[in-house]
Structure formats: structure tokens, C-alpha cells
Write a protein that binds this ligand. Sequence first.
Ligand code: G6P
Ligand code: MG
Length: 232
Amino acid sequence: MMPMMSGNRTVMSIKGCIFDLDGVIVDTAKYHFLAWKRLAEKLKINFTEKDNERLKGVSRMASLDIILEIGNMKPDDKIKEEYAALKNKWYVAYISKMTPDEILPGSIRFINDLRKEGIKIALGSASKNTPMIIRRVGMEILFDAIADGNVVKKAKPDPEVFITAAKMIGIPPEECVVFEDAAAGVEAALNAGMMCIGIGSEKILSNAHFVVPGLNEMSLQKLKEIEKGIRL
Ligand code: G6P
Ligand code: MG
């Protein structure tokens, strides 16, 4: 589909922007890693930063399953619940001290620019801790809707979280763009039939329509150009 032209200005067909939280808006990926690493050490499992890439965007229990698989351990469900609760206790201790300084550069400016253009803004995250993080960094008022691990059941790469976010803001999937830092999240966006801009490394996010190192590299103009390039 070609972008519509009005005068000499290109009008975007994008009406909704859906942001992943961890690693896109705030730098919580490091806290997830530290808390999982602490659990792995307790279980004598060798867990590296490379392994951690597989956990990004993945739900808490699915992340635990990956770590247990690395350690070749198969505890029963009750023990697994205990491990997940322990990791979350350590994780919450980190995020409960977060401040607005930990908002990733460019996020607020870019979201405000989008809002001025009338574009709806949603969060689409697997995290059950989303409300606490958003409150801690003072970003509640910037989002029209929040689809998080408290409202969706299926983990990325299932598209449920992004489809739910799009429904909440009342925009059809083909008019939404997702910003994601995790390979599983990029797949979820594509599975939802949405355009996806990867935030981070091209190597890891090669399936995204376009990749930028961070939201500080994004602007309304750039989004228009990316959309134009994709749709031409
Ligand atoms: C995000 C992170 C994952 C994390 C998941 C669940 O998607 O990228 O690393 O496992 O949220 O987070 P939670 O805060 O509910 O444990
Ligand atoms: Mg993420």
C-alpha cells in the first residue's frame, strides 16, 4: 500500500504505536539478568549473558524453563513456583528503587511527538511488574493503554499481547507499529500482522522491518520514511 499524499506531505497510515517495556522504554533487562543469574548461581547452573538473550521478551515461567533446561534440571511445578517467586522477589527489590533517570534516552521525546500527531500509544509487555515500573519512572500519563503479563496469557512470540494492545487503543493491527528489543517480541509483532521496528542489534533482530540502536534514533519524520520504504 502506498502512503497517501496530502499536498506535498506524506500522511502515515500508522495510527498506533505499541512499545515493549523492558529494554525499549526502560533498562530493566539488566535487573532481570542479575536476578536470574542469582537464582542460577543458587542452583549451580552456568548462566551467561548470551543465554540471557533467549529470556528477553519471554514470560517469567518460560524464562525459568529455559534456565532449568540449561542446567538439565526438571523440578516439579511447586518447586518451580518457588524459584520463580524467589527470582521475582530479587527483581522487585531492584525495580522498586528505579527512578525516572532509568528511562532510556529519547523515549519520552518520541512518545510526546507521536501523541501530538494524534497517534495512540500502548505498552505491550509480558511483564507482570509493568504497573510498578511505569509508576516508579513516572510515565503513567504517556500511555493510552497497557497490555501486560497481568492481562494476557500467551507469551511472545504469540501475538496475543500486541493484538490486545491494538484492541485497547481501537486501532487495527495493520495500522500499528511495534517497537521491540527481543527476537521473540519481533516474531510476536509479525505474527500480529504489524510493522516492527527492532530496538538494539541488527544481528539479533534481523526479522524486524527496520532496526535502530535505541529510541533516541527515532523521530516522527524517520517513522514516516521507514513506513514509506516498507510500503513502496
Ligand atoms: C519482559 C522481559 C522478560 C521477562 C518478562 C516477564 O518481557 O523482557 O525478560 O521475563 O517481561 O517479566 P516479569 O516482570 O513478569 O517477571
Ligand atoms: Mg523487551
